[in-house]
Design a protein around this ligand. Sequence first.
Ligand SMILES: Nc1ncnc2c1ncn2[C@@H]1O[C@H](COP(=O)(O)OP(=O)(O)OP(=O)(O)O)[C@@H](O)[C@H]1O
Ligand SMILES: [Mg+2]
Length: 499
Amino acid sequence: MCELLLKMENISKSFDKIKVLKEVNFELRKGEIHALVGGNGAGKSTLMKILTGVYKKDSGNIFINGTKIEINEPKDAKVNGIAMVFQEFSLVPTLTIAQNIFLNQEPKNRLGLIDDKKCLKKAQTLLNSLHIDVHPEETIDKYSVAYWQLVEIAKALSYNSKILIMDEPTSSLSENETEILFDFMKHLKEKGISIIYISHRMEEILKIADRVTILRNGENVLTQNSSSLTLEQIIEHIVGRELEHAFEWQKRDIERKEPVLKVKNLYSKRHNLNNISFELYPGEILGVAGLMGSGRTEIVESLFGIKSYDSGEIRINNKKVNIKSPQEAMNAGLALVPENRRTKGLILDHSVKDNILLPILKKLKEKLFINDKKGRDITEKLIKTLSIKTEGINQKVKFLSGGNQQKVVIGKWTAHQPEIFLMDEPTIGVDIGAKTEIIELIRSLAIENKSIVIISSELQELLAISDRIIVLKNGMVARAINREDIFSEEELQHAVQKG
Ligand SMILES: Nc1ncnc2c1ncn2[C@@H]1O[C@H](COP(=O)(O)OP(=O)(O)OP(=O)(O)O)[C@@H](O)[C@H]1O
Ligand SMILES: [Mg+2]
């Protein structure tokens, strides 16, 4: 197991004179699962993009099996057996699994036409060898996301790759879906494939990784066997200081007299909502748990006017509302922190400041001129409170790291000061330090008497901040539980699985 497969030596990289990787060393052994962790903007994705030929390093060397190689473009990575699974799925839902795996590299017959039979046969052989239990002739949309992830990996491995890079593969998976993925990773490891695993879910790292490398501010601060590390040590190295435990729940007294939001029998055939009813009280944090596809995102999108519903009633401060667009939702006092920040939450080509001020532009303009100083102040304050890592308020959002983009989304809605926050996986892709900051931020919003609906597939997080939790199953509220009546994470997980 100790055979060295890959060595990255003294890798440096700058963007616009800012050094984001400083002489980083990284090694990977044959058949090893090596976790690459670090705060948002630490340089993880950049290091991996250098390895896969997306970016070019400024200096340093890369060796495979002791031989120095040059990676100048993605093709070079492929030739050297390096494959990366991206977080955004590249699969086409309406194509079969076989077609998806061999997309753009389809087996051809003698006439140069795509040979569907051969494609199917090759796919079956590949899937069998990987023990993935799916039917290659079926379209991928018949399967749950966990299987999408597996097919995505099969696709990456169809090039006979020896090194598999996974950048936050579990961020949209629930706990049992993650188990499926982990079992599969162990199987790949037995086959001698080496995996570089990036994740912000701390508890996963000790569970799955053989070794851990921690980057902080573009430097390798530690590489060590995971068996000789504790979670606290990992967190301390990531954050660079000790972290007080923000995951501890504190009981708060909520006065449940008049709900600020009342949802009654929300039904949508198309979006699979089956008579959802719940109430949200002033100052309350309501957690929403449930498996992928249980209707979590559909509820908040229906409330926010993105998705339509067939019947049911929504009341805000006891007034019936009929919200048909996000603008109407905002006017009614709602804000949505969406699940997919890249496509739904941000204008990537605009600056941090423009994104943060977007929802309140009208308010600022009402004073007859765009109040630039005020806008700058608001932005600067939010950058500070949320510790957003950016070169400044005018930096384009597309150049921020994943987690920092997420903070901008949250920041923009905080500036808008709505009465009700709908948050769909607000800490996805956010590092452990920032996660605790976001949890604190949500708590302080609740103390200011704002009401929050928060969806999360991380049960530990839900248990830390919710006053009450509803568990969804098949588009229905299967259970509504007061936080003080839940005694363990296992109990909640059981409820999520069984309903
Ligand atoms: N194309 C680019 N142009 C300018 N700066 C960039 C570019 N790509 C990355 N950066 C900067 O490089 C730093 C490292 O970013 P990187 O994406 O590698 O971080 P990360 O460790 O993957 O973080 P996260 O956990 O948030 O995904 C960040 O400060 C980021 O803003
Ligand atoms: Mg990244």
